[in-house]
Design a protein around this ligand. Structure first.
Ligand code: F6P
Length: 375
């Protein structure tokens, strides 16, 4: 087994708390424990294409554990479809060349679902790649958890806690939009932890009338305020059907014309969905005669100091990543498995998403404590 000497590392996709803790975990273990060298690439795969890099020595890794965001910067650029001088180009070859040019023995990619796909692509192009699962959405397949999720969960829960007192004082419905892309982990977790009265997630399409009835029932019992935690990807039954039909149409499309048609249909649905939370609040106001307000938590959920749980997870995964590189294990994501970690082949992760199944214990818990899930 050839001794790995030089590791490249990059962060890709949306930033999330814990990225710096993970960079430090990989870096300190690689440098201090195995005597390797580590170099960071700026702004995701774009930095690797453009050769923009930063030596991650002891000094560069010091003091970053508690800092939010990523010291390397990030982007949503993909190796095989990168916008260069106004044109979309496949930069895979350039990345392969730069991997050699910068004398790298391994590349560590920290990211969510999109990054796992890009990493598999580079692994198939012959690079020694290891990934770590990062995202506040917690939707990466084959891992118990992603880092970033715990911090975002704390932030969203605290927001719901704070919204309770103002909703209560004004006898209002407050509809709180929680991030999570197309998965309901964050809204469901924060909704349960914060005691939201209604939790709406993409995996369970909702019926507005049923939500209104749950709120009216609370009013009849003398509680005339409600907190509705709605995942940004949650949809009513009709919209969910329309999305599925358009997605199926895109899947079946064979001609360029049909593909374009299906793509436009999906884009129109996405555009309409942007105002969904405001529309929902208006509908609930009309149906319940309770004043409604909206709070969109947005990027606040991705910012700031990582929680202790995220620092611990990111450090554990980072350390295990350096161990795998030392052992010469590549083409894998370092998954969180219970208290430990496990290398999972990238083929099993890329292109898949971990969503909330309807019989997941969290769903049952929410139902058991009387939370309306809109169905
Ligand atoms: O994946 C993390 C996430 O914050 C999602 O929850 C959200 O849908 C998306 O990123 C927002 O992406 P962007 O930062 O590109 O606006």
């Amino acid at each position: 087994m050839a001794k790995t000497k030089r590791i490249g590392i990059l962060t890709s996709g949306g930033d999330s708390p814990g990225l710096n803790a993970a960079i430090r975990g990989v870096g300190k273990t690689a440098l201090g424990f195995y005597g390797m060298e580590i170099v960071g690439f700026r702004d995701g795969f774009r930095g690797l294409v453009e050769g923009r890099r930063l030596k991650l020595d002891k000094a560069a890794l010091a003091g970053i554990l508690t800092i939010g965001g990523t010291i390397l910067g990030t982007s949503r650029d993909r190796p095989h479809r990168m916008l260069i001088d106004g044109r979309t180009r496949d930069m895979t070859e350039v990345i392969v060349e730069n991997f050699k040019k910068f004398d790298l023995d391994a590349l560590v990619c920290l990211g969510g679902g999109g990054t796992q796909k890009s990493a598999l692509h580079l692994s198939e192009a012959g690079l020694n790649v290891v990934t770590l699962p990062k995202t506040i959405d917690n939707d990466v397949a084959m891992t118990d958890l992603t880092f970033g999720f715990s911090t975002a969960l704390d932030i969203a829960t605290e927001a719901i806690d704070r919204l309770h007192s103002t909703a209560h004082s004004h006898h209002r419905i407050i509809v709180t939009e929680v991030m999570g892309h197309r998965a309901g982990w964050l809204a469901l977790g924060a909704g349960i932890a914060g005691g939201a009265d209604v939790i709406l997630i993409p995996e369970i399409p909702y019926n507005v009338e049923k939500i209104a009835e749950a709120i009216r029932r609370r009013s009849r019992r003398g509680t005339n305020f409600s907190i509705v935690a709605v995942a940004e990807g949650a949809k009513c039954i009709e919209d969910a059907r329309a999305f599925t039909a358009a997605e199926n149409k895109r899947g079946r499309a064979r001609t360029l014309h049909d593909k374009k048609d299906a793509k436009m249909e999906l884009a129109a649905l996405e555009a309409r969905h942007t105002g969904n939370t405001l529309r929902l609040a208006r509908q609930l106001e009309e149906l319940t005669h309770l004043e409604s307000r909206v709070t969109i938590l947005g990027y606040v959920q991705r910012g700031g100091t990582p929680s202790a749980a995220d620092r611990l997870l990111a450090t554990r995964l980072g350390g295990a990543c350096a161990d795998l590189i030392h052992e010469g294990v590549f083409g894998v994501m370092v998954a969180a498995r219970g208290d430990g970690t496990e290398p999972v082949p990238l083929e099993k992760v890329a292109g898949k998403r971990k969503i909330v199944l309807p019989d997941h214990p969290w769903v049952q818990t929410a139902r058991h404590v009387g939370t309306c899930l809109g169905d």
